[in-house]
Write a protein of this length. Structure first.
Length: 252
């Protein structure tokens, strides 16, 4: 009979916060629902993130509504139902907390100085982290995009692309080169005949930075042609996230 009042107190406390916890969790999950309807490359990239987040949040809600009250019933024992005393677990926590609290109150200035130093160290450490969404890839392949003026014929695009292909294959550190001009109209990434892509595969022992500098030297000799150099996967991901294939984009 003594257990029932204790359980009743715990579950009454749970009833007071149940609605706010449930509604807050549902609102957070609704925010991620649009990710589940993305298609194409962006869907493959972001849909698993949405599923994982929603499942984890709903699981944590289930644990908070079922397991947490049961653990409280076992851990917060004592005179909770009558005198609101502390259980053995809470008494142990307070026994560990009181000495540290007394020490901090006795040495207030030292505690504040230590906290400020820890905050400054944390901010400095955070400034050393990378700011890009994805790390730099080393795919062993470069994608060279050649964008000629609109209206350029397919024959002219192929002539320029083949010329670039022949010059690139002569560079050290390049294993083979494949050029492609335009894409079909029904393709997911349709391209006009004036645009060409040259796929450059590096040799196993090649130095990517040196090969990239040599490719830039070749592309500098193409007047009237806009060129960009990237890697296949990172190039496509940047295209998905920014809506443009350029490495630098300005939204007006």
């Amino acid at each position: 009979m003594k257990r029932l009042p204790r359980m009743r107190v715990i579950f009454n406390a749970l009833n007071e916060i149940r609605s706010s916890i449930v509604f807050a969790t549902l609102i957070i999950c609704i925010v991620f629902v649009p990710l589940l309807f993305l298609e194409g490359l962006e869907g493959r990239f972001f849909r698993p993130l949405g599923f994982a987040y929603i499942i984890s949040v709903m699981t944590s809600l289930l644990v908070a509504m079922t397991l947490t009250p049961a653990l409280c019933w076992y851990l917060l024992r004592g005179k909770l139902a009558t005198e609101h005393g502390d259980g053995i677990f809470v008494r142990g926590l307070k026994a560990l907390y009181r000495p540290s609290l007394d020490l901090c109150l006795r040495w207030k200035r030292a505690t504040l100085a230590l906290a400020a130093a820890a905050t400054g160290l944390t901010l400095w450490l955070a400034s050393t982290f990378g700011s890009s969404f994805l790390p730099d890839f080393n795919e062993g392949t470069y994608t060279v995009s050649l964008m000629m003026p609109p209206g350029t014929s397919l024959e002219e695009s192929e002539r320029v692309a083949l010329g670039v292909e022949q010059r690139l294959i002569e560079l050290d550190g390049i294993e083979h080169v494949v050029a492609r001009s335009g894409r079909a109209e029904r393709d997911e990434h349709a391209e006009p005949p004036s645009n060409s892509e040259v796929e450059v595969r590096l040799a196993p022992n090649a130095e990517p930075a040196a090969v990239l500098a040599a490719i830039d030297t070749v592309l500098d000799g193409l007047p009237g042609v806009t060129t960009t150099v990237g890697q296949p996967i990172s190039h496509r991901l940047s295209h998905v996230m920014s809506g443009t294939k350029a490495q630098i984009a300005i939204n007006v």
